[in-house]
Ligand binder design. Structure first.
Ligand code: B16
Ligand code: MG
Length: 208
């Protein structure tokens, strides 16, 4: 394998819990309680598509203006949690794994749906590991469409079949498989059944 493509939220850093808290608050404004189970369907999904799903679950429709206001407010709330993060919030084993990947001359890319990916990597002090970054600002089609990973492979100059994707979301695993890449699930095999292999985290990969 020539390249590793990493998802951000839930793989490199546990920002997934901040997305959950912020979306839960938005749902409550419409009397809807977001559960952990339904939240799985929001992982890896763009901000706009996530809000649309929540409004559908809540059984409400809003004006375009209100929709934009809700998406903006959710992001501001999310960023207030992100602002408190530092290097210690990088998930266990990730930095060592990135270091070992560099030493093996395997290329490294980020393939994230988040529009906040670059500032988060900067804040965590690990942006310099990445040979290419593709995030929510660079794609027109959200996961499970493979676009984000296909662009990452192109930017790295490698074939799709030479890439391994590390993903915590169902949508992301599906995107990787559609792109013809190997998908390593980070999380639970019950949720990520389409992945080629599933690990609880990078510590588990390093210890295998
Ligand atoms: P933002 P990933 C995804 O990031 C998250 O999993 C998903 O929950 C979020 O809605 C999406 O980014 C958009 O994030 O609001 O920051 O643009 O997992 O693809 O790294
Ligand atoms: Mg993710």
């Amino acid at each position: 394998m020539k390249a590793y493509i990493f998802d951000l939220d839930g793989v490199i850093v546990d920002t997934a819990k901040f997305h959950f808290i912020a979306w839960k608050k938005i749902g409550q404004e419409f009397g809807f309680e977001l559960t952990h189970e339904l939240n799985e369907q929001l992982k890896g999904v763009s901000r706009v598509d996530s809000l649309q799903k929540i409004l559908n679950w809540a059984g409400v429709s809003v004006s375009e203006e209100k929709f934009d206001e809700l998406a903006t407010r959710k992001n501001e709330d999310y960023l207030s949690y992100v602002a408190q993060m530092n290097e210690n919030d990088i998930l266990p084993g990730v930095k060592t794994f990135l270091e070992q990947t560099k030493q093996k001359n395997i290329k490294i890319a980020l393939g994230s749906a988040s529009k906040n990916a670059r500032p988060i990597l900067q804040k965590l002090g690990i942006i310099s590991y990445f040979d290419a970054i593709v995030d929510g600002n660079d794609v027109s089609k959200a996961k499970p469409d493979p676009e984000v990973f296909v662009i990452a492979a192109q930017k790295l100059g490698v074939q799709n079949e030479d890439c391994v994707v590390f993903e915590d979301s169902e949508a992301g695993v599906q995107a990787a498989k559609t792109a013809g890449m190997k998908a390593i699930g980070i999380g639970s095999a019950d949720v990520l059944h389409q992945a080629d292999e599933v690990f609880s985290g990078f510590d588990a990969i390093l210890n295998q």
